[in-house]
Design a protein around this ligand. Structure first.
Ligand code: C5P
Length: 258
């Protein structure tokens, strides 16, 4: 029989997440056409090392992450496995490669399907964000451990954003229909962190086109929260981003001497 006057047990973090094991899924199966012709984006080099290896190292740099699942271009799984074996990676982390799908969403789902039991926290990190600092990764994991079902690193916007009526043909003027209040907007990055069951449920339920995983959780209901993002976690999308990424790497090498 319970007695409300007796001291109640201290609230525990949700389902023991303080000790939960964390896996990272890296969708890397995109062609990256906006970068111009060449190898799939994830296999392009930065400072002589494939972008994907930078992204894998960024996840494995977090002591919380003990498994990294790389979702590779379907025709390139063997090549990605060979790449992982050829580069120095931490021994305490396991690396698995699975073939990706037609869309980013499909690729993430295939990565989730490959997760063994026992990993209750999942990070989803774009291979196209090779330079995310480990402090950002750790901040995302910590927020999920503290009980948030979905966490995104986010930054305020520098540009004012306009909503437009999209033009019928590229380059034609587009009527502006609204200017959202910039102070309420954030640009979100990856890794995005999730309670595994919540993310799996979202991937089973939400079928519409989305550009990130957190928006699937938003459609499902649970609250998504932000933690501070980092300017070096930018996405390498266009040729100029490659120049910036090379510059960031060069600065790190100067500072860290590695
Ligand atoms: O195209 P976008 O830049 O949004 O891609 C984000 C990430 O999703 C990239 O790392 C890309 O390799 C990955 N992706 C994927 N499978 C696809 C399309 C994109 O893994 N079919």
């Amino acid at each position: 029989m319970s007695d409300a006057s007796l001291p109640q047990p201290t609230a525990q973090p949700v389902s023991g997440r303080t000790t939960a094991r964390t896996a990272a899924v890296i969708p890397a199966a995109g062609r990256g056409v906006r970068l111009g012709p060449g190898a799939p984006k994830a296999l392009r080099t930065l400072g002589g090392t494939p972008m994907l290896i930078h992204a894998v190292r960024a996840m494995a740099a977090s002591r919380a992450v003990s498994l990294v699942v790389v979702v590779a271009p379907p025709e390139g799984t063997a090549e990605v496995r060979t790449l992982l074996d050829a580069h120095a990676l931490p021994d305490r982390t396991e690396f698995v490669v699975v073939p990706g799908g037609e869309t980013r969403q499909e690729s993430v789902k295939l990565g989730l399907d490959a997760l063994p039991p026992g990993f209750d926290i999942v990070l989803v990190h774009d291979a196209a964000r090779p330079l995310v600092p480990v402090d950002t990764v750790d901040a995302v994991v910590e927020a999920v451990r503290d009980g948030a079902p979905a966490v995104v690193p986010a930054l305020p916007l520098a540009d004012t954003v306009k909503q437009v009526e999209p033009a019928a043909a590229p380059g034609e003027p587009e009527p502006v229909v609204a200017t959202p209040d910039r102070s309420l907007l954030r640009a979100v990055q990856t890794p995005q962190g999730f309670d595994r069951d919540t993310l799996v449920r979202a991937h089973e339920t939400v079928t519409g086109d989305v550009t990130d995983d957190a928006s699937m959780i938003e459609q499902l209901g649970p609250a998504v929260v932000t933690v501070p993002g980092h300017e070096e976690a930018f996405k390498v999308t266009r040729p100029l981003d490659l120049v910036l990424a090379e510059a960031v790497l060069a600065r790190r090498r100067l500072n860290d001497g590695f």
